[in-house]
Design a protein around this ligand. Sequence first.
Ligand code: ZN
Length: 191
Amino acid sequence: MELDELDYRLAKALQEDGRLTTRQIASLIKVSEPTVRSRLKKLRELGVLNIKASLDLRKIDCTAAFLTLKLKASNIQEVLKNLSSFPEVDAAYQTFGEYDLVILATAKDVKGIQRLSEKLAGLDGVEVLRVSMLLDALVERRGFSVRVGVGVKVNCFNCRKEIKSEEMIEHEGRFFCSQVCLNKYKTERET
Ligand SMILES: [Zn+2]
C-alpha cells in the first residue's frame, strides 16, 4: 500500500510526538477532527500505525551491540524461530549479502553481550558470528521515517503530478514538485 498526503502528514506529526490528541493533530495539519479520527482508525486497522513507548538506551545503564551472523542456508528458518526466546534480542533483521542476520541486542554489561553471543554461536547452523559493540547512536528514528517517494504518494499542489523524488518542497503546508511549480503558485496567488 502507499500512503497519501493526509496519511503522510498524520504519520509525520505522530512520529514527532505520539501523544498528540486528535484535536491537536487536526489543528496542526489543518483538517477537521473527524477526518483525523477516521484516518487514524484506518491506519491502525491496517496495522500501518502503531504507537508505542520508546526508551532511550543512552540514558539507561546498559550495553548494546550489533551481532552479525552468517548462517547455513538450511538452518536459517530454525535460527530465526529461536531468536524470540532470547530476551537480549531487541531487533533482528534478515539480510541479503555477506551476512544473513543482523541483531541488535542489549545487556547489563559487556559480559552479558558475550554470554548472548556464545549462546547464539552455539545454535545449530550459525557459521560466523561477529560482535560490534555500540558506542553511540548517531541517527535513530522511531520506526521508519516517512518520506515522499518511499511508499508515500503526494501530488504537487500546482501541477497535480505525483511527486516522485524526495526533493519535494514544502511551503505553507503545501507540497510542490519543483521550484518552478512553487514560483508559479506564488505568482498566481499575488495576482
Ligand atoms: Zn509541480
